[in-house]
Design a protein around this ligand. Structure first.
Ligand code: G3P
Length: 224
């Protein structure tokens, strides 16, 4: 499982890029709009924080295949580095994906709700498919089951597209996707932190500090 940060919050990206093994950043129009910033300044800042080698996924705003391709070329040239165009699954999106593959522009097909959508997206040439786990869970469906089925179908049919599970509200959803063999997860900074947090770990760290302090006081190994 590789971890990607699903935000355009510059402070969160700076923090997570420094402290976590981030493979990149994903955005979508809602995530970008939340920052109420100049688009190109924001995208430029994200790219400069994560550097050229990490993935940056930016979503199309156009709605016809031809315009999506135009937007993709502009984004590829201006975003630079390891760039992916996100496109929500729909007919125009599939057509755009097939056109973009010929141009060598990488695609993440997003807003995936069913395994059937994922298979067709992959056949059109998507490099990643992004199923929405929590949005499924919140309508009494089973998001991690959908991710599991996509992973299984891709294996069964020898499909190379990778599954980028998205829309998480808790660490358990991420864990279940990892168990299913899902290649990647994009999470908020809060979910990222929750993946390493545990009260028993905190208690263990406190115990180490207390035992050490009783014998060596404030001194640390560097002081010996
Ligand atoms: O990457 C897609 C993701 O941002 C959707 O998440 O929390 O809006 O369901 P959410």
């Amino acid at each position: 499982m590789i971890y990607i940060l699903d935000t355009a919050d510059i402070d969160a990206i700076k923090h997570c890029n420094e402290y976590y093994p981030l493979a990149g950043v994903t955005t979508n129009p809602s995530i970008i709009a939340k920052e109420k910033s100049d688009f190109w300044t924001l995208i430029g800042e994200i790219r400069s924080i994560i550097g050229p080698d990490k993935m940056l996924h930016v979503q199309a705003t156009e709605e016809t295949a031809e315009k999506i391709v135009e937007e993709a070329k502009m984004l590829r040239d201006r975003v630079g580095g390891d760039f992916y165009l996100k496109i929500p699954i729909c007919e125009e999106g599939l057509k755009a994906t097939m056109m973009l593959k010929k141009l060598g522009i990488k695609v993440t097909m997003t807003a995936i709700i069913t395994p059937a959508q994922a298979l067709i997206a992959a056949r059109a040439g998507a490099d990643f498919v992004a199923p929405y786990v929590n949005r499924l869970d919140s309508i009494l469906s089973d998001g991690t089951r959908v991710v599991t089925e996509i992973v299984e179908e891709f294996k069964l049919h020898g499909i190379e597209a990778r599954v980028l599970a998205a829309s998480f509200k808790n660490a358990e959803q991420v864990h279940k996707c990892a168990l299913a063999g899902c290649h990647s997860a994009t999470v908020t900074a809060d979910i990222m932190k929750s993946l390493i947090s545990h009260p028993m770990t905190d208690a263990a760290i406190d115990g180490f500090k207390k035992d050490w302090h009783e014998v060596y006081g404030e001194q640390k190994i560097l002081d010996f």
